[in-house]
Design a protein around this ligand. Structure first.
Ligand code: GLN
Length: 304
């Protein structure tokens, strides 16, 4: 059995190194081990190093061993612990929701920064395809006067987002919505900010994705078909035309390959100040744009 005979901390950490060493570095393995030591025993990293000879209680031994079996199958540690960090805050995650990515933290940071002069304004924000709820909740926690609505097509995701929101004390309005169904958009109100991290990895890119993503994360949250990679962006933009206040802003996370195309969709739909923004990895990762009030903008005058 994996990890057999390794019933103290040092032995278990050694079993992890031995079993996972072929596909992860020593320090990556230790990071995983620290996370699990915290999760199963409430131990800090320091305590792991201070008490290497501590005998792991039998019921905890089986937790460490089961986790190792799951890690060997490339299951993300976040699904093993059921938790993931986003902008320094812990969120519940499960295989029904995408594990929050660091790029998406930047998306939220950009919005909060843009709002810094209007921090106490009662803006209305909409997060489309909320998943774990991390974007919507992060915004609500950092812009407490905002009224935040989060929508998703997955009832499971909405449940997880709701659990995260109540645990973190973030008041959200959660609504089921398939953004691709324009006839359902009418159930939403109007917003000053619309944000989305929709599925944007093309099926053709599957071959460059790792098994931890491919085998475990919800494909509906990640993939779009090769022949219509902008399907979500077009629907989001249609929704925004009718539900964004003027002035109003849209923030989209994008596939690094399609910045120009998505910027064009926005420009062609009447958005101004369309900007492609790079992420920490220096990839074109976001598009930000504004709708301003204009005489010729019919939907503004008719309040559609
Ligand atoms: N960036 C995510 C990934 O690398 C995909 C997220 C998305 O499609 N919106 O898997």
């Amino acid at each position: 059995m994996i990890g057999q005979g390794s019933d103290n901390i040092k032995g278990m950490a050694g079993a992890y190194q031995h079993a996972l060493g072929s596909h992860l570095s020593r320090s990556e393995i230790m990071q995983l081990f620290y996370l699990l030591a915290d999760e199963y025993m409430g131990w800090t990293k320091t305590r792991v190093h201070l008490e290497p000879d501590y005998l792991i209680p039998i019921e905890k031994l089986s937790l460490f061993r089961e986790a190792l079996v799951r890690l060997l199958k490339h299951e993300p540690v976040e699904y093993i612990t059921g938790k993931s960090m986003f902008n320094g805050i812990e969120y519940f995650v499960n295989p029904g929701v995408l594990i929050p990515r660091p790029e998406t933290e930047e998306l939220c940071n950009m919005i909060v920064q843009d709002q810094s002069a209007d921090k106490y304004k009662e803006v209305a924000a909409l997060d489309i395809g909320t998943g774990s709820g991390c974007i919507a909740i992060d915004l609500k926690l950092r812009l407490p006067y905002a009224r935040v609505t989060a929508v998703d097509n997955s009832e499971d995701a909405l449940k997880t987002a709701g659990q995260n929101a109540s645990r973190l004390g973030a008041e959200l309005s959660l609504t089921h919505l398939n953004v691709l169904d324009a006839s359902a958009h009418g159930k939403l109100g109007r917003f000053d900010i619309i944000v989305s991290n929709p599925p944007y990895v093309t099926a053709g890119e599957r071959n460059v994705m790792k098994p931890n993503v491919l085998d475990f994360e919800p494909p509906d949250a990640i993939f779009v078909c090769d022949d219509d990679p902008f399907i979500f962006y077009r629907s989001i933009v249609t929704l925004a035309i009718h539900h964004l206040n003027r002035p109003g802003r849209i923030y989209l996370e994008i596939n690094e390959r399609f910045g120009k195309e998505i910027a064009k969709i926005l420009r062609d739909s009447g958005f101004d100040k369309v900007e492609i923004v790079r992420d920490i990895f220096d990839k074109d990762r976001f598009v930000r744009a504004s709708l301003v009030s204009r005489l010729e903008d019919i939907s503004y005058w008719y309040g559609e």
